[in-house]
Design a protein around this ligand. Sequence first.
Ligand code: G3P
Ligand code: CA
Length: 249
Amino acid sequence: SLVGLTAANSQNALIIGHRGASYVYPENTTLSAVKAWEEGADAVEIDVYPTADGKIAVLHDRTTKRTTGADYKVSETSSDVLTKLDAGKWKAPQFEGERLPLLTDILEVIPRYKKLVVEVKSGSEIVPILKSLLEDHPKRSQIIFIAFGWEVINDLKNEFPDLPCFWLSSKKADVAARWESVKSNGLDGINLHHSIIDQDLINQAHKDDLGILCWTVNKVEDARRLAHMGIDGITTDRPGYIRKHLLSD
Ligand code: G3P
Ligand code: CA
């Protein structure tokens, strides 16, 4: 398949755990990532930002408020403050003690043969940090980059030509407008909100040798529709559940 993995199901779609297995576990934590791989996800998606001291923090929002209760702006806060924050208990009391992780914490726990989809939420200031972190890193080849930012995804592709880079979008018009540039810039494909994907778009991507991924699909019927159309990857909060149902088709 697209990123060098054996098909996880008859339709050949990569199952990507969104922020880990975030339907049940606290999003963007080590626990959530480990659980997603354990329940059969081929890949885990996480969101990242650079910290004030040049490390890389794993969380969805620009601030820590929603997922930790403490209100820090990630770009202005050092990693030793951020990594002491509890990113588990907001989800449920039983997850108290689960810390806000750094990218290095997640890299440590990726199993062999599994992938990590890193969504870069910041601008290109993160690229040199990633470059030094991933230089000679044993898990480097397990990483896939995604980003909504057009500049940052292209900068990532230039810095990491060996790693798959997918541009994120939720707008059909933007996808049409940038299609030729996605190809000519050497990006590996597009990663779209599932509601804008139809058979023609999947066919066009494959005709042009582009991969096409989607997010965030939590209903089996939507996953089936996309898998049968030949989508290359499905991002879901419920990787075990979606995988089980696609396997039984
Ligand atoms: O996997 C892509 C998807 O995560 C993009 O949206 O807001 O969940 O980061 P968001
Ligand atoms: Ca994301």
